[in-house]
Ligand binder design. Structure first.
Ligand code: FES
Ligand SMILES: [Fe+2]
Length: 360
């Protein structure tokens, strides 16, 4: 073999980075970008530990203010890296034996000056958009192993429209993330679960579903405004139009039109464990936009969430999917259908891998 080619092969091979744990421990945890929080939550000089579907991650800002998301498990003896510290050289130092990680790669091991810098902890894709932070927990940038995100990050039009005012909040809910998301896509529960709903006229009408894209769908419907609802009291309207959308994997948009008043609630929910989720909401409004009115909307969201959580807590774990459906359940069913199509689980991943291997 030509010496030059041999040299090239050796150089390329020596640049291959090995990370631990291996890619199969994080390949099946949601091959999408997920909203995990707001930019302001991640402060300089603070190491944040988060769990994504039981996968522990350490998220921090480096000295240049860029977000880094690496596995929280030190590859030496498994210490939690988020208990360490960020050194002036921009490396994260493990609290147990002082190994230094540069964005996941082991840069220095105390007392071992010949560290090769070709191994470390997986480093995941993390992005900031309009003050929110999104993570793809299935693809490791260092070893280039795992599954890349299936689609782009969704930004609601209200986020870039200055006629809207926004309030935001979050809640930890001890239920699976998809149950929480499907509940927001459930148009029939409004009048039965919520105090703002109309129990006298609970059935939505003119219900129409349409696909928005491969990863999203939208249902438009109308209902008679409840006598105690904001639409009735402030908007003075009899009917309310609602657009209820989903964007895989974790986003719902509910846009309520009462005359010229528009209130849009965007939710994102991600799993921290099998039966635990973090739910984020942003509420946009084009009316009562002065900050003095914020407290009304915070209070309204608190009540709404309390009512939702109370009903979700009583749903039987093994029967979440249910046995029967009506035409009002179509948004949820479409969400499930697209999720099943695009979510890559362990079986699909192995089939894909085998197919690629046989093609080579
Ligand atoms: S466990 Fe991290 S350096 Fe030993
Ligand atoms: Fe609800």
């Amino acid at each position: 073999m030509n010496i030059l080619v041999l040299f090239l092969i050796l150089t390329v091979t020596s640049y291959k980075i090995v990370t631990k744990p291996g890619s199969n421990t994080y390949s099946f945890k949601g091959n999408f970008y997920w909203k995990i929080g707001r930019s302001t939550q991640f402060k300089q000089n603070k190491l944040n530990r988060i769990l994504f579907d039981d996968l522990p991650l350490c998220i921090y800002r480096d000295k240049m203010d860029r977000l880094v998301a690496i596995s929280d498990i030190c590859i030496h003896r498994g210490a939690s890296l988020s208990r360490g510290k960020l050194l002036p050289n921009n490396c994260l130092q493990c609290p147990y034996h002082g190994w230094e990680y540069n964005k996941g790669i082991v840069d220095n091991i105390p007392g071992c000056p010949d560290t090769k810098r070709n191994f470390g902890a997986p480093s995941f894709l993390i992005e900031e958009r309009f003050g929110d932070v999104f993570l793809c927990p299935t693809y490791d940038k260092l070893s280039t192993q795992g599954i890349k995100p299936q689609c782009d990050i969704f930004t609601p039009p209200e986020a870039v429209d200055s006629t809207y005012t926004k309030i935001s909040g979050n809640k930890r809910i001890n239920r699976p993330f998809n149950l929480v998301t499907e509940n927001v896509l459930d148009i029939m529960h409004i009048s039965y679960v919520h105090s703002f709903g109309n129990s006298l006229s609970p059935v939505p009408f003119e219900v129409k579903y349409e696909d928005v894209g491969n990863f999203s769908g939208k249902t438009t419907f109308y209902y008679t405004a409840g006598p105690t609802s904001m639409s009735s009291i402030i908007g003075k309207v009899q009917y309310v139009k609602v657009e209820n959308e989903f964007y895989l994997p974790d986003t719902t948009v509910t846009r309520v039109f009462a005359g010229n008043m528009i209130k849009t609630i965007v939710t994102n929910c991600y799993p921290i464990g099998k039966n635990e989720s973090i739910f984020h909401y942003d509420l946009y409004r084009n009316f009562l936009t002065q900050p003095i009115f914020d407290s009304i909307f915070y209070a309204q969201m608190e009540i709404t969430l309390r009512e939702d959580i109370e009903i979700l807590n009583g749903i039987y774990d093994n029967y979440i999917k249910g046995f029967m459906n009506t035409k009002f359940d179509q948004t949820q069913l479409k969400y499930r259908e697209k999720w099943n199509k695009y979510f890559i689980n362990e079986n699909k991943y192995l089939i894909q891998k085998n197919n690629t291997n046989t093609k080579q």
